[in-house]
Design a binder for this molecule. Structure first.
Ligand code: ADP
Length: 271
């Protein structure tokens, strides 16, 4: 027989359970909504280059193109759109691995300057095309960092690509890497002289697919995945990332990220 006390306890645990159920149901609904949004975004972003490829291929099939210049132009558009698709698919794949927690973290002690040289070299052409000047300032006493060098190169490359993309022609990009002793971290900063990011959008640019109002109607630029990938990669390294306006009040934005000098011990075999 159940007394009033047990009944009350039972009722309480029942209420608790139903509350928990309701909140996990809410969570499910939210993640389903996010999922649906994701699929819609992906489909839209993949469809744009695909339909452009399709229409150019059709044009090539339909017409007997005599003019070699036009032919060349069509083919090079098909090529660049295909490349865009490839990049997007790679990005999506990388991000989905990261978000599913399936990217293993296997850091090796690496020097940052070596890595920076490689990243900067691979962007030399883009920099030259926009007549940009690059000021690099790296602390000479930086120790080796426990990082996955390719992944950190990717972070810097994504930030640098944006800095180039949003810089005015002839502008200057500053890149700094500093040891922050008291915090036992290294901070890497990339500053450009572009239009900057309005305050209300600053926290959102790291969301996947997020593009500011200004850049949404631009032709250049990707699908809004670059910063989401950068954030996930930095977090994989137990670091932090953010953006602020330049401290001296000039125009532009300053993206920064911090990496710990030592990684918390983690048993990778359980991942
Ligand atoms: P995208 O492929 O659109 O550049 P990102 O994830 O790299 O995607 O960036 C998200 C958005 O953040 C961009 O669309 C742009 O609106 C804004 N943004 C990123 N970097 C800069 C920058 N250096 N200056 C101004 N806006 C930027």
């Amino acid at each position: 027989e159940t007394g009033p006390l047990e009944l009350r306890q039972l009722a309480r645990s029942f209420l608790n359970m139903s509350k928990r159920l309701q909140s996990s149901f809410e969570q499910l609904k939210q993640s389903e909504r996010a999922h649906r949004e994701l699929v819609a975004n992906v489909s839209h972003d993949l469809r744009t280059p695909l339909s452009s490829i399709q229409s150019f291929v059709e044009a090539l099939q339909d017409q007997v193109l005599k003019d070699p210049d036009t032919l060349h132009q069509y083919l090079s558009t098909i090529r660049s759109e295909t490349k865009r698709l490839n990049v997007m698919i790679d990005d999506l794949f990388e991000l989905s691995l990261l978000e599913a927690g399936q990217q293993t973290f296997t850091p090796i002690p690496s020097y940052l300057d070596q890595l920076l040289i490689e990243v900067l070299d691979s962007h030399a052409l883009l920099l030259r095309e926009k007549k940009l000047q690059l000021d690099v300032n790296v602390d000479s006493n930086l120790p080796r960092l426990p990082i996955m060098p390719h992944k950190i190169a990717r972070v810097i490359s994504n930030l640098l690509q944006n800095a180039i993309r949003y810089s005015p022609i002839g502008g200057t990009i500053q890149l700094e890497a500093r040891l922050i002793q008291e915090k036992k971290e290294v901070e890497i900063r990339l500053r450009d002289q572009g239009d900057g990011i309005p305050e209300k959008e600053r926290s959102r640019v790291f969301e996947r697919f997020y593009r500011t109002d200004q850049s949404r109607n631009r032709e250049s630029g990707g699908a809004g995945l670059g910063l989401a990938i950068a954030r996930s990669l930095v977090e994989l390294h137990h670091g932090t990332i953010g953006v602020r306006p330049p401290l001296d009040g000039r125009r532009g934005s300053e993206f920064w990220f911090r990496l710990p000098l030592q990684q918390p011990y983690k048993d990778d075999s359980k991942l």
